[in-house]
Design a protein around this ligand. Sequence first.
Ligand SMILES: [Mg+2]
Length: 391
Amino acid sequence: MAGHEQDYRRVVREVGPTRFLPGSRVEIIHQFEGRCPPRHALFDFDGTLSLVREGWPKVMIPMMVEVLQATGTDESADALGELALEFVMELNGKQTIYQMIRLAEEVRKRGGAPEEPLVYKQRYHDRLMARIAGRREALRDGTVAPEDMLVPGSRELLGELRRRGVEVYLASGTDERYVVEEVELLGLTEYFGKHVYGAQDDYRTFSKAQVIQRILTENRVDGGVLVGFGDGYVEIANIKEAGGIAVAVASDEAGRSGKPDPWKRDRLIGVGADLVIPDFQDWRPLVDYLWNADEGGELMAFTQFDRSRLRLQPLADRTHDVDRSCMMYPDSPREPFVHAALPELARRIVDGARSGSTVMFCCGAHVLRKGNGPLLIDLMERGLLTHLALP
Ligand SMILES: [Mg+2]
């Protein structure tokens, strides 16, 4: 179904020990290798980039409690609040209308005659706008800087992605007309341009999965060049299904503490997030990782050791336990050694050298310590080795 958005379904139960990129809060859940560099990036909006709507549950839950109480149920306001909180958070990440569809079902269960979900959605939205009107106004008249209403590091990451030639897109479960306005208020229009997509009154005409499909189809690429950023399960699940890399933004929207929100982290790992970040402040190691890992370069799992603590001794003080007497030359006498693979190995080296192929010799330092240096030099001088790799 075109606009259908799936319910939350945990596909990853447990993850083993995870690690962090050195000196950063970028947590790697799934290591990935051998990928192309990202060329398209999809962002969720609220909670991922924007903090303008922070605190929306404090508007939605009391409204739902009022609606449910109007059915004449004898459940307490606290109990109804708990119930609403549970299903609201369970559905968070989908378009708002899904939470209202569920509200209508709960009204019906209690013998009430529900309004259309769209009516509930409008009522909620009017109240939310009353709460956030001050923030929008403050952004508009410049008394609040966009940075104060953005997840930290957002602009830096977007700038870096643009510098690297990545196309960025925005897909939000919030109504598109408001998303467009708030993108403008936050000064992000220059990054997203026309690539801003959001919910429509007919919720079936929009989904984040559709936006992803459009990106892939219009650019004739597969999900291997797609990276997605989001704090909701829908975008993370959709990105994974498309074969992209999913970066969970477990943002602490109210506190902006720089620590990941544990509820979001667990929930997003559950749908397959590859990386978890609390915000974009560590955008530099994150981008390095996304690009370096693609080039096959694995970053070290440990921080670099402190070289200033080394105690250096003069080379002249060193006592060597080998001397030149151990050197092996092509005409030196040597212990006989026979192995069935040797003639075949020699033949292949000669064939490779004759055909102009690379003949690479990799070994540890013990080969030199045993005095084989002159033999390797001889092979190189005769053109039988083209590359010597030592630790
Ligand atoms: Mg969100």
